[in-house]
Design a protein. Sequence first.
Length: 160
Amino acid sequence: MAKIGDKVPSATLRTMGPEGPKAVTTEELFAPGKKVVAFALPGAFTPTCSAKHVPGFVAEAAALKAKGVDTIACISVNDAFVMGAWGKDQKAGDAVLMLGDGNGEFTQAMGLTMDGSKFGLGTRSQRYAMVVEDGVIKNLFVEKPGAFEVSSAEHVLKNL
């Protein structure tokens, strides 16, 4: 599992752009000179993710940016089309960059997969949040299964 002090693994994520899915590499997202808060969750349109996780980061976006955060990114093992639709549904706008890890490559490289097959979800991401500066993980908040506490926007904000 990734840990504080590790460089973020190399992977290509996708966001929905005006022309369709657009590739975003982790090298681009977590580039030197950037401070990024990224949070990952099991799935788009799922209960806790839709009711609490994304709305919290949308609501706290200005406060996070006031603390020097350049980008807030939501990562899920879903495709860019689903993430784009979910971002619209969540009114994420420019506050939260919605990124699909469609093949789960980034999630696997982070060592933070979970088996959601008993719910029909297959392999997904554990719920977590991290603060990354210059491509290096400075804080990593991984939830216990079924919990939603340490990966919340409020918890991340308190720890910046």
